[in-house]
Design a protein around this ligand. Sequence first.
Ligand SMILES: Cc1ncc(COP(=O)(O)O)c(C=O)c1O
Length: 388
Amino acid sequence: MSHLVKNYNRKKISFKFGRGSFLYSTNGKKYLDFVQGIAVNSLGHAHPKLIKTINTQSKKLWHVSNAFIIPEGEKLAKKISKKTFADYVMFQNSGTEATETAIKVARRYFYSIGKPNKNRILCVKNSFHGRTLAAIYASGSKKMTEGFGPKIGGFDHFVFGNHKSLKKKINKNTAAIMVETIMGEGGIKVIPDWCLKELRKICNKKKILLILDEVQCGIGRSGDFFAFEKSGVKPDIVPIAKGIGGGFPIGAVLMNKKVASGMIAGTHGSTFGGNPLAMSVGNSVIDIISNKKFLNNVKNLSKYFLSNLNIIKDKYPKIIKDIRGRGLLIGIQLHTDQVKFIKKLMENKLLTIRAAENVVRILPPLNVKKNEINQALRIIKKVCSEIN
Ligand SMILES: Cc1ncc(COP(=O)(O)O)c(C=O)c1O
């Protein structure tokens, strides 16, 4: 009997070890892992540089309180700031903490400039910003909030793509618009660049903040270091997590100088957030992923993967409705429920995971090899032909 709480619908499989794109199960089978801890293991399993970093740092210092200066965190914050709009970074431990903190930063900014009533956050209905109380109400999903009342107030929602409803929902109490640059759990829906630009314009006009949740789509996953980069848009606040730790729990909130001014000493904290062990891993991950050549390779692999998936879609139009995504955040949208399809992929030793709207989500490591993509394509084609 398992003494773990039953809050997950776990597949009956466990793993002994992982190497790169592959996982090896306790019953001796080898799986192509295109889940990678849901976009967490950005460099695959057991990356030699990350192993070396952890080994070296673990012999020096694991944890000290944020009451002291942590040089590894200073270094990582500097690297992140150099790469992006951010002037300041605040480290956390997970995605939901990062989004929740992003909300706090937005509210605190308006409070600090004498506008405490500007505290409402406008989000996409049925988006995903994590599982803390504030994050589930920010996500606006009935399923996620059921049984967890009383409702946490301060969130309004608009329907993805409905620009009229978005504009209508902004009122004098709105502090920020918070959206995922690419909706992950919601079905791999990419916000087009023109739309991001429009969002920025609206925020400027209404003097409100733009929060882009890059927990899933950030850190190279889109082929750019951040998914919003290509649009030229500069957000005010960006929560990140997942890929930055390469498997080690790290979250962070990036922000510009203006909004950071509200976060004076004592306004927020985290016991574990930004400890030396986590920060040294983050530094190693960012050194590899932010390299232009590395990101170009992600873009090329993505092009190859997407075009071949589209060929399969054209061959099996009754099974596959749409191929979605950017970079290596890819969705195969089926006409019907995807559970059976995912199960069949797994029987053929390819691990994938679901997303909303009948989507099979594909998240290879960012350093996946072309022959591994070919292996996945062969399995996907085989499953399509069996189901057809
Ligand atoms: C866009 C987005 N925000 C927030 C989260 C929450 O992250 P975590 O599960 O690390 O708390 C997720 C997790 O999937 C996510 O995809």
